[in-house]
Structure formats: structure tokens, C-alpha cells
Design a binder for this molecule. Structure first.
Ligand code: RBF
Ligand code: MG
Length: 319
């Protein structure tokens, strides 16, 4: 993974003698294949204008400020930074999004921030990009302002993947519907829920013989439809580095045992040991079935046995 991307929080933190820039602006939630295609165009334009390839993003998500809630996130802020750094972007400018910024007219945003502060010589955005007060700014405005004020402009068409638009919104929808296969294709990696392993009911171990690691997800993350999935349990920072292990994953309320809060649980294949208290990720590769209410724990055990076989089959077909 390429490192060395400089993170600049707020315009006040920009270097005093700053170089010209080629800029992409957006939320980049998930850093999916469409984002990476856009960033490849950014890198090409940056080269052409000898500018620093720069991504400008907002925190919190503008909808958080404008509507009181942003969309569920596809990655944690830390992971987004790692993924962006891996694309070869040299600088990430994180602008705090607040009321005042939401009121800036799009022409002022271009003149004061993109040109005045960031010295934009090229701007590359997705075709659906909107910005400025009332989201009045669009690609047509950027193109004509570029001609007038002397920066290059390129808009990148939104791609489709298997008849579905390649956008963060569609990836969120796919995850919420349980279509983790499409989500993985769109992201270029399986969707991963980042979190912390907490103590569960203990029933898996005691009653079923299938102990599960219960994941408390990081706040704001997109959660999949309830159901049983094939995936991986990935624990960070163990003594022997990070480990990625096949897992059969349940997302649901364990209806066989009455009313329970939603839990995200991984039965980690071929592993014995304690996973409590760890930071971990559960990667979801594909959905196996709906969660069911069984009459007896024995029936559930039979179903889990079949899920484990299905998990091995699905995961081995992928590698
Ligand atoms: N619980 C259910 O009530 N219905 C299910 O269909 C179900 N399927 C599961 C499949 C797998 C692979 C795993 C690991 C768990 C499943 N569970 C299911 C959750 C189970 O009830 C839970 O792990 C224990 O009750 C311990 O919390
Ligand atoms: Mg458990």
C-alpha cells in the first residue's frame, strides 16, 4: 500500500507556499471502483498540469448538517484515508462542513477555495457532482468557470456494473438488501464491518457448540439485511500480525431464542480461542439464507452445519 498522503484538516492548515493542484471533490464513501476510476483521471490531469493530486472531502457528511443525518457509511474515516492513500493521491484536504460552508455560493467556493486557497489548475469530478448553497453548482458551471478562470475541467461519467449504477448510494442499497456479491464487485473487495468483539449471550458455545464472536459495529456503518452470510473474520493487531479467517456470519435477532436485539456474530471456522475485546472486521462475501426461527436448538445446529459447508464452498470458489 502506498503511503505518504498528506492529510490537511481545514484550509488554515495548508502550507504557506503551496504548489498548484489538480483536485477531485466528493465524499468518496467506500472508495469504490467508480471512485478509483475517477482518481485515475485525477492523477493523469495532475501529471499534465504539474499539480499535486488532491482530494477534497467534507466532514461530517454534508447531509449530516443539512438534514440532521448522513447516510450510513461504507467505511470508517480511518479506512477511507487508507484506501485513498493507496490510490496514489498525494494530498487529502478535509474541510469541516458546517452551516457557514453550506451557505457559500458555488461561484465563491470555486474562486475562493478551489482557486484562491488550493490553486486548482485542474478539477475532476463525477458527472453527478453538485456543490455550493442549495447544491446549485454543477459540472456545467465548473466547466465554464474553468474556461474563464484558467483551470482544466473533466467530468467522469458514472459507470454501471451489471445493470446497476456504480455509486455509494447503490452500494449501500445492495448491502441493505443483502446483495453482498454485487457490493463486493462494486467495492473491489468484500464489504467489511469494522468493530469491536463484545461478550454475547454465551449460548452459541454452551448450547449449540458453535461459539460466535459478537461484533459491536463502529458507529454509523452501513449494516446488511438480516440473514446468514459467508465471509471472513479479520482481527487486527494480534501478536502474529493480522489474521483473516473464514467465518459463517449471522446478522439477526436469534429468533429461535425469543426476542433479542440485533447481533452480528461470526462463527470462525478452524479457530479455537478467545476473541473478546479485540478490534476486528467481519467481511461479507455472499448471503447464504434468511435467518429462521427453529422449533428446537438441534434444528438450528443442523442448519449451522449446512451453513459452514456452504461457507467453505462459497469461499473456495472465490480464490
Ligand atoms: N439463530 C436463529 O435463531 N436462526 C438462525 O437461522 C440462525 N442461523 C445462524 C447461522 C450461523 C452460521 C450462526 C453462526 C448463527 C446463527 N444463529 C441463528 C444465531 C444463533 O442463535 C446465535 O449464534 C446463538 O444464539 C448465540 O447468540
Ligand atoms: Mg456469541
Amino acid at each position: 500500500m502506498k503511503t505518504g498522503m498528506k492529510i490537511v484538516r481545514g484550509l488554515g492548515a495548508l502550507p504557506r507556499h503551496r504548489a498548484d493542484a489538480a483536485i477531485s471533490i466528493g465524499n468518496f464513501d467506500g472508495v469504490h471502483r467508480g471512485h478509483r476510476a475517477l482518481i485515475r483521471r485525477l492523477l493523469a490531469r495532475a501529471e499534465a498540469v504539474s499539480g499535486v493530486p488532491t482530494v477534497v472531502t467534507f466532514e461530517p457528511h454534508p447531509q449530516q448538517v443539512l438534514r440532521g443525518a448522513g447516510p450510513p457509511a461504507l467505511v470508517t474515516p480511518e479506512r477511507k484515508i487508507e484506501l485513498l492513500a493507496a490510490t496514489g493521491v498525494a494530498r487529502l484536504v478535509v474541510l469541516p462542513f458546517d452551516r457557514a460552508l453550506s451557505l457559500v455560493e458555488p461561484e465563491d467556493f470555486v474562486e475562493r477555495i478551489l482557486i484562491g486557497q488550493l490553486r486548482a489548475k485542474a478539477v475532476v469530478v463525477g458527472a453527478n457532482f453538485r456543490f455550493g448553497h442549495f447544491a446549485r453548482g454543477d459540472t456545467a458551471m465548473l466547466r465554464s468557470m474553468g474556461r474563464r478562470l484558467g483551470f482544466g475541467f473533466e467530468s467522469v461519467k458514472l459507470a454501471e456494473l451489471e445493470g446497476r449504477r456504480l455509486s455509494s448510494t447503490e452500494v449501500r442499497k445492495a448491502i441493505a438488501e443483502g446483495d453482498l456479491r454485487w457490493a463486493a464487485k462494486a467495492l473491489g473487495r468484500p464489504y467489511a464491518i469494522h468493530g469491536f468483539v463484545v461478550r454475547g449471550a454465551g449460548r452459541g458455545q454452551r448450547l449449540l457448540g458453535y461459539p460466535t464472536a459478537n461484533l459491536e459495529p463502529a458507529p454509523g456503518l452501513c449494516l446488511p439485511a438480516t440473514g446468514i452470510y459467508a465471509g471472513y473474520f479479520h482481527m487486527a493487531g494480534s501478536r502474529n500480525g493480522s489474521r483473516r479467517m473464514p467465518a459463517a456470519v449471522s446478522v439477526g435477532t436469534n429468533p429461535t431464542f425469543g426476542d433479542n436485539p440485533l447481533s452480528i456474530e461470526a462463527f470462525v471456522l478452524d479457530y479455537e480461542g478467545d476473541l473478546y475485546g479485540r478490534t476486528a472486521e467481519i467481511e461479507l462475501a455472499a448471503r447464504i439464507r434468511d435467518e429462521e426461527r427453529f422449533d428446537t436448538p438441534e434444528q438450528l445446529v443442523k442448519a449451522i452445519e449446512a451453513d459452514v459447508l456452504a461457507t467453505r464452498r462459497i469461499l473456495s470458489a472465490k480464490t
